[in-house]
Design a protein around this ligand. Structure first.
Ligand code: FES
Ligand SMILES: [Fe+2]
Length: 409
């Protein structure tokens, strides 16, 4: 996805007071950064554990004991509604001998019980009971509750942050475009059955590079090209998110499903306010997540590492729960058309992964229409200055060298 920085466009219906970043181009990341196990370890901590990650929606955790599990590679969190009406997140790890506690979604009517030795935890994460407690005479139960994880709810979306950091809150990140997000009334939505996850054979950054630019749409996504055009609004925001819009072309696609979607897209317009009628708005939260707002549904698109060249691409959908017949058809078409786009991206990105391993390849030039990708690389280098180096550092030195470079900048 690429975001237009067209603040001078008289037709734009978005707020001109939004603080945009300038479009920029420069050098992309050197190829070794896409293949380094050592760098991945650092990335996992700094990018994935210390930033807000989308975990689910408030509609999934309404009653006391209702929970959902958010898995992030080696880590996992339980998001659970307490008897006191407070939503909390804990590490999904028993404090006795580290057994994983829960999977998927569900409700623990009474308590969370560990499957291994039967310890039980209250809905607020505190330790309720130890099996055969006399065998633990020294045990201080108050110190053995589940480890809390930071949680934030923004307009019905639940985000968690697995490790403490000074990362800007989600609310603050979204502040410049909050009124547009509000127009979708996302608090009132319910989950689209199933999660559309795929494993891609690529480094997670290649998947995000691809998400960050639209230069590949004409060839890579012929269906999108037939149906949509860029809306002319949007940009990269100083708070760390970017947004852009797409609109339906008036010329009908020659493909039946695409033409039907184009014809039906107005069916949900009555639900949203003017700036987003018949419009697709895509918001990216650097560095691994996009939220795609359609008038009838939204998708949380997440890129999660599973190894240096294995990535989970997870799409979770939420829709309105009072859809008309036409809107239900729109949602079904949306799922179908978006699945095609994801399949196309998988093929494209896996081909890059194969090419990127070629001996002697040096990154080529970036155009200004790939500026969102470049901004990602620029941000990346701010956190990992080691990525300024053309060659991978000697094995075992990456972390200390990165720290030394950070201190000297
Ligand atoms: S590991 Fe959970 S009770 Fe022992
Ligand atoms: Fe794509």
């Amino acid at each position: 996805m690429r975001f237009m920085t067209d603040t001078t466009n008289p037709n734009t219906r978005f707020d001109h007071h939004i603080e945009y970043l300038e479009e920029e181009t420069g050098k992309s990341l050197p190829m070794w950064t896409y293949a380094s196990e050592e760098l991945l370890e650092l990335e996992y901590r700094e990018v994935f554990l210390k930033t807000w990650q989308f975990a689910g929606h408030v509609s999934e955790v309404q009653k006391p004991g209702e929970y959902l599990v958010f898995d992030l590679w080696r880590d996992s969190a339980i998001i659970m509604m307490g008897k006191d009406g407070v939503l909390r997140a804990f590490q999904n790890v028993c404090t006795h001998r580290a057994s994983r506690l829960l999977d998927g979604n569900g409700q623990c009517k009474s308590a969370i019980q560990c499957q291994y030795h039967g310890w039980t935890f209250n809905h607020d994460g505190s330790l309720r009971g130890i099996s055969e407690p006399k065998k633990f005479p020294e045990c201080d139960k108050t110190k053995l509750g589940l480890n809390l994880v930071e949680l934030e709810v923004y307009r019905g979306f639940i985000f968690v942050k697995m490790e403490k950091s000074d990362c800007l809150s989600v609310k603050d990140q979204y502040a410049p475009i909050d009124e547009f997000v509000a127009a979708y009334h996302t608090e009132d939505m319910v989950r689209v059955e199933g999660t559309f996850g795929q494993e891609w054979d690529c480094n997670w950054k290649l998947a995000w590079d691809n998400y960050a630019e639209n230069y590949h749409i004409p060839l890579g996504h012929p269906g999108l090209q037939r149906m949509t055009r860029e809306g002319g609004e949007g940009g990269e925001l100083s708070t760390g998110i970017g947004f852009g819009t797409f609109r339906m072309k008036t010329k009908a696609s020659k493909e039946i499903d695409e033409a039907r979607y184009q014809a039906l897209v107005h069916a949900s317009d009555h639900r949203v306010d003017d700036p987003v009628k018949s419009c697709w708005m895509q918001v990216s939260m650097h560095m691994n997540m996009g939220i795609e707002f359609y008038t009838e549904v939204f998708w949380a698109f997440q890129i999660l590492p599973m190894g240096v060249d294995k990535t989970e691409v997870r799409c979770t959908g939420f829709k309105r729960n009072d859809l008309t017949e036409e809107e239900r058809e729109l949602v079904d078409l949306n799922i179908k058309l978006n699945s095609t786009v994801n399949e196309e991206d998988k093929v494209l990105v896996e081909r890059i992964q194969r090419g990127a391993k070629s001996n002697g390849y040096q990154p080529g030039p970036l155009s200004h229409i790939e500026s969102s990708l470049y901004l990602f690389h620029k941000r990346f280098r701010e956190i990992f200055p080691i990525a300024h180096q053309e060659m991978a550092p000697q094995w075992g030195t990456l972390s200390t060298e990165n720290e030394r470079m950070k201190r000297s900048t």
